[in-house]
Design a protein around this ligand. Structure first.
Ligand SMILES: Cc1ncc(COP(=O)(O)O)c(C=O)c1O
Length: 381
């Protein structure tokens, strides 16, 4: 298709474009994998923060969602989704918001990993006659928050919740250090470590006579690398819906699977340096340089033609707020102005889809037949 007649050519740039066939493929792939492993799937809505994207995940078979803010919870509850896990540690100042959602009928689950927060939850619950459902966060890889599976604190927190009138729903973990890996064996081992640690925590709770129905694990790399999920009841993953260059480097998707790109226009050149200047700087791509420490550094993104064809070797090597610097890896392009004339419209694949999406108030969703739809996304807390 000629550039000028491509449906994206009529959009203002920069714009965040979703390739819908790729997104649907990513959704189907994950859902099929979860079905094969015999677990339920609870996608993380923080990647898209967009109703039609989350609806596509639900339509494919997802059960409930994970959110990273209570604003997301309120937004998706208003869409009719009731089974929502707020996957960030609860703090007392957010309990009124959580209570309001539950009072409206939202089956909101909250998370804690400390006795102090557990006490605040049960005290607030008792004062408002509310039995919050609480999941205990488990640290299975030393990467972030959570209680280690064998720590005494696990039982202490559980007892505070259980005795205090909260509903102890289960345990959850997120092996985010899987992002640091890129070998299939290491990824499978991390998935097993995540599974085994979370199951171990659940077993300890049950052995102590405490309820623990849910065992929830997941990150995109571990979800796609697990070979057995015995003892696990559900998996969560977020970025898989779009994928990105970090996931490509981790090895769980191909460059051609990346469904989110930034549409940009060539606005100038520095011929002697072999640069084309585009109107997508870090304000559009985000400051995320996640591929910098990986085996292949894509700068601020991989350059593609308007139709999505990867232009191998061309990357966004630098970014100011609204200027991106497009250059060829290795030797500079001898005639960059001829290769990318002013006005050329390109697409840039991002390092981190969650961060790049967050730069935009809406997505341009591009269907197989070229039809374009504008899908709003929300931000903030
Ligand atoms: C609690 C929790 N669950 C699930 C996920 C999803 O991880 P990913 O985007 O790697 O799929 C995240 C991501 O940060 C998370 O924080």
């Amino acid at each position: 298709m000629h550039t000028a007649t491509h449906p994206l050519a009529r959009l203002e740039t920069p714009a965040a474009v979703i390739d819908l066939p790729r997104m649907q493929h990513n959704i189907q792939r994950m859902q099929a994998r979860m079905a094969a492993l015999g677990v339920q799937f609870r996608p993380h809505a923080k990647t898209s923060k967009c109703s039609p994207v989350v609806q596509a995940q639900i339509d494919a078979g997802a059960r409930g969602i994970t959110v990273s803010t209570l604003k997301e919870a309120a937004h998706f509850f208003a869409d009719g989704i009731t089974d929502i896990l707020y996957g960030v540690g609860m703090v007392s100042t957010k309990l009124p918001q959580a209570l309001a959602l539950r009072r409206q009928g939202c089956d909101l689950k909250i998370v804690t990993d400390s006795v102090a927060s557990a006490e605040a939850i049960v005290a607030y619950g008792a004062a408002h006659d509310e039995a919050f459902e609480v999941w205990i966060e488990i640290d299975t890889d030393g990467h972030r928050s959570g209680i280690r599976p064998d720590e005494a604190a696990l039982i202490d927190v559980a007892r505070v919740l259980h005795a205090g009138g909260a509903r102890l729903g289960g345990v959850m973990t997120h092996a985010g250090s899987s992002y640091d890996l890129d070998a299939p064996e290491a990824l499978a081992a991390m998935a097993e470590q995540e599974r085994a640690g979370c199951v171990r925590a659940a077993e300890r709770l049950r052995a102590a006579g405490l309820p623990c129905a849910v065992v929830s694990v997941g990150s995109t790399p571990t979800a796609l690398s697990a070979t057995s999920l015995e003892g696990v009841t559900e998996v969560r993953a977020g970025v898989y819906v779009f994928f990105d260059l970090v996931m490509r480097n981790v090895g769980v998707c191909a460059t051609q699977d990346v469904a989110l790109s930034v549409l940009t226009t060539v606005i100038g050149h520095q011929a002697d340096k072999g640069w084309a200047i585009v109107d997508a700087g870090w304000m559009a791509m985000s400051r995320d340089r996640g591929t910098q420490k990986q085996k292949r550094d894509f700068g601020y993104g991989q350059v593609c033609a308007i139709d999505g064809t990867v232009l191998a070797g061309y990357v966004l090597s630098g970014a100011n707020q609204e200027h991106g610097i497009l250059s060829r890896e290795g030797t500079p392009e001898p005639d960059i102005a001829a290769r990318f004339p002013i006005g050329t419209v390109l697409r840039i694949l991002p390092n981190h889809a969650c961060a790049t999406g967050a730069q935009f108030p809406e997505y341009q969703a591009l269907a197989q037949d070229g039809e374009l739809a504008t899908w709003s996304r929300f931000h903030g807390w």
